[in-house]
Ligand binder design. Structure first.
Ligand code: ZN
Length: 479
C-alpha cells in the first residue's frame, strides 16, 4: 500500500505503569487475587459539564444504566480509591520518574502544572473522573534520521480493573485504581505502519531504562490515525509494538473500503483485537472533558528538581551495550547482565580490577549455571552468593590465591551450604602440587592399588576432586 498517497497520519499514545506506590495515596501498587473484603455499589449519572453540554461519551454510557460494583481490600486500598477521602499530595517518586522519561524524550518540563480531572464515564474511576497532569511538552525522538515529535508527557492514575461485566452490572477491583501511569503522546508525524512500530519499540526501551512495572498489562498502547478524506479514529489497547503496524494496516484498509463505497464515517474509538483487527467501542469523546482538581495545590517543577533528575538519568540498553562492548565484553555476557538486571552490581565489582568477562561469569553466568545444575531457584543461589561473597572471591582471584578454573566449584560449594572459608580451603592446593604429593606418596608406599592411594590422598587433601586424583594416580600407578 502506498501510505503517502493514502495520506496516513498517525500518532501513538503509550501508557506505562510506574513501579512505585499509588499516585495520590500511599497504598501499594499491587494487584491481588484473594477475595476482596470490601464491596461498594454505585450508579453513574450524566450531568452537564461547565460548557452546559453533556459530553457525548457520557450520554452513551448513561443510556446503558449499568450498576457498578467496586471490590476493595481494607489492608491495601484506602478511602482515596473509594472517593471517600480527598487525594493526598502527589507521589514525589512517581513525579521524578515521569521527569526522567520526559528528559529522555527531549521534552521540556512545565515549570508549574495543575492536576486535572478528566471525565471518565465507564465507571472505572469511583469519582467519575481520572486525575491527570501534564508534565512536559514539545520533545522528539529519532527513527532512522526522521524526527517524530513527542507532543506531551503526562502522569495519571490508572483506572480500576474489570473483573466481570454483563448488561446490568460491571464489577471493578480498586487495587489497580491510582497506580501511577506515565502517558506519552507522539505528534501525528508517523506516516507508515512500520514507523509506528519502531516508535513504540524505542519508547518501550526508554521506559524500561526507568523504574517501571514489567509484564503483561503494565504497558498499554493506543493508536490515533486518519487517512485522507477518512475520519479520525482512536484504537485502544494494542497489546504489543509488533501489532501496532498490523492494526494500522487493517484500519487503513477498512477506511479505504468505506471511502470507495462512499459510506459515511464517524470519529470513533475502536478496540484492538489480538489478531490486529479492530472493533467499534464508542464515539470519540468531545473536547470539554477536563477541569481542575480543586483538592490539590499547583505543582511546581523547579529548576533544582529538573537538574537533580538530569544528573541521574538512566542509560538506554542500546547505549549500555555499546559502552560495555567497548570495554571488550562479549555480547552474550552483556546480554546476561542486562537480562538479570545486574548492571549496578557489575559496575561495583568492576572496581576490583579483574577482567570484566570474569566479573560477569561470577556475577551472572555461574549463579545461573549452578541454579540449573542444582535444580534450585536463582533467587536461592543469590541468597547464598551475596555480592560481598562474590567480591571476596574475585579479590582472591586477583591476589592469585584462587584460580579462575576453581571459581565455579567454590561457588557451588557455598551454595550447597559451606562457608566461604570452608569452600576456599578445598581449593588451596593446585593441580601440580597435588601431582607432586601423589608421586611422593607412591615412592613412600609402593605397591598399593589405586583405591588405597585414593583413600590416602583424600584423607590429607579434603575437598579435592576425586576425579582429579584418579586421573593423576592412573598416570603413575599403572606404570
Ligand atoms: Zn489508597
Amino acid at each position: 500500500m502506498d501510505y503517502k498517497k493514502i495520506g496516513l497520519k498517525s500518532g501513538v499514545e503509550i501508557h506505562q505503569q510506574l513501579d512505585t506506590s499509588k499516585l495520590f495515596c500511599g497504598c501499594p501498587s499491587i494487584l491481588r487475587v484473594e477475595e476482596p473484603d470490601v464491596i461498594i455499589k454505585r450508579k453513574l449519572h450524566a450531568v452537564a459539564g461547565e460548557s452546559g453540554e453533556i459530553d457525548i461519551a457520557a450520554k452513551f454510557e448513561h443510556v446503558k444504566e449499568r450498576e457498578f460494583k467496586y471490590e476493595a481490600y481494607s489492608d491495601s486500598t484506602c478511602l482515596v480509591e473509594l472517593d471517600e477521602e480527598p487525594p493526598h499530595l502527589i507521589n514525589k517518586e512517581a513525579l521524578k520518574i515521569a521527569l526522567q522519561i520526559s528528559l529522555l524524550l527531549n521534552t521540556k518540563p512545565l515549570e508549574i502544572t495543575q492536576v486535572m480531572r478528566k471525565t471518565v464515564v465507564d465507571g472505572s474511576n469511583t469519582s467519575g473522573f481520572q486525575r491527570t497532569l501534564l508534565v512536559a511538552r514539545d520533545g522528539w525522538l529519532e527513527i532512522e534520521g526522521k524526527k517524530i515529535g513527542i507532543s506531551s508527557i503526562g502522569l495519571e492514575e490508572d483506572a480500576a480493573r474489570i473483573i466481570e461485566q454483563n448488561e446490568k452490572e460491571v464489577i471493578y477491583r480498586l487495587d489497580r485504581l491510582g497506580i501511577p501511569l506515565v502517558e506519552i503522546a507522539t505528534s501525528p508525524d508517523i506516516s507508515t505502519p512500520d514507523e509506528a512500530k519502531k516508535v513504540a519499540l524505542l519508547i518501550g526501551e526508554i521506559l524500561r531504562a526507568c523504574k517501571v512495572k514489567r509484564g503483561i498489562g503494565t504497558i498499554r498502547q493506543d493508536v490515533n490515525m486518519s487517512i485522507k478524506n477518512g475520519s479520525r479514529v482512536e484504537i485502544k489497547g494494542v497489546q504489543e509494538p509488533a501489532l501496532i503496524a498490523k492494526v494500522i494496516e487493517t484500519e487503513t484498509e477498512r477506511q479505504s473500503k468505506l471511502l470507495k463505497e462512499d459510506k459515511k464515517m464517524q470519529a470513533e474509538v475502536r478496540r484492538a483485537n489480538p489478531d490486529g483487527s479492530t472493533t467499534y467501542m464508542r464515539p470519540l469523546p468531545g473536547a470539554a472533558r477536563m477541569y481542575p482538581e480543586t483538592d490539590l495545590p499547583l505543582i511546581k517543577i523547579n529548576r533544582e528538581l529538573v537538574n537533580e533528575v538530569k544528573s541521574s538519568l538512566p542509560k538506554l540498553k542500546s547505549e549500555i551495550k555499546k559502552e560495555l562492548g567497548e570495554k571488550g565484553i562479549h555480547d552474550e555476557m552483556i546480554n546476561l547482565v542486562l537480562q538479570e538486571d545486574k548492571l549496578e552490581e557489575f559496575r561495583e565489582l568492576s572496581s576490583i580490577g579483574v577482567e570484566p568477562n570474569l566479573v560477569i561469569k561470577a556475577l551472572v553466568l555461574y549463579p545461573k549455571e549452578i541454579a540449573s545444575h542444582e535444580k534450585i531457584g536463582l533467587e536461592k543461589v543469590y541468597s547464598k552468593l551475596t555480592i560481598d561473597i562474590i567480591e571476596t572471591l574475585l579479590v582472591r582471584i586477583k591476589e592469585k590465591k584462587l584460580s579462575e578454573s576453581h571459581l565455579k566449584h567454590v561457588m557451588t560449594e557455598i551454595v550447597k551450604g559451606k562457608t566461604i572459608e570452608e569452600a576456599l580451603e578445598i581449593k588451596t592446593i593446585d593441580h601440580s602440587e597435588l601431582e607432586h604429593y601423589i608421586q611422593k606418596l607412591i615412592k613412600e608406599k609402593p605397591g598399593l592399588n589405586i583405591n588405597a592411594y585414593m583413600g590416602l590422598v583424600m584423607q590429607t587433601h579434603k575437598g579435592v576432586h576425586g576425579k582429579d586424583v584418579i586421573e593423576i594416580l592412573k598416570k603413575y600407578v599403572e606404570k
